[in-house]
Design a binder for this molecule. Sequence first.
Ligand SMILES: [Zn+2]
Length: 247
Amino acid sequence: MQIHERIYIVGSGVTGIGISHESDCTVYMVDGGGEYALIDTGIGIDSNRILQNIDKEGIDIKKISAILLTHGHGDHSGGAVALSQACHAKVYALEETANYVSSGDVDSISIKEAIQAGVFGKDYIYQACPVTPLLDKEHFIIGDITLQIHRTEGHCSGHGCYEMNFKNKKILFSGDAIFNYGMISMQSIWDCDLQKYIETCKKLAYIHPDILLPSHGTFLLEKGYTYIDKAMETIHTLGIPKNLINI
Ligand SMILES: [Zn+2]
């Protein structure tokens, strides 16, 4: 589904618009003028549905040259191996995420906890995938589009948001950093960190995106900073933004 001149949603489960496997995060596709990149990959149980959605848009999957991961959680990186092989695309992420996904380090990306919580099915098997590390603030070029990664931890280790500038608008692929109505996602897992989350909210407020594209829930095509401002209002009064769990 095309949502912007240069952006499509090609995967999304029950926490989004329901066009691919129910456990998929929202998978965005960026059009760099004939060369494409995916942001995240979904869980990897039925990656063909994502490929079919791309095909329905009339886009040749061989034109997808890169897959950019926001973080290593299964619903975001589990489809990396299937999609990268189908598209012959390389996969990129911040260093920690690159290490976890490349080595199939299921403990570091809390797969067991997600299965126990019922977020993923009991028979879910995570598939490792080679990932090339990116540095914080690194610029990544897809055709005529530049994406910049920002380290935005708190939800988990190695989480990054991707900033894209197009026609004087700032667009932010925000992963699991911020959601509808200023919610955050703190979970009972080893690498959730409130202090880092507050720093992330401040970073996002500084970026002040016009368009906000989270990996779950609704997205904003205008005044994208609204959800971030909502979280910051709470933080400014020494509170903790509302929590969206199990994402
Ligand atoms: Zn996550």
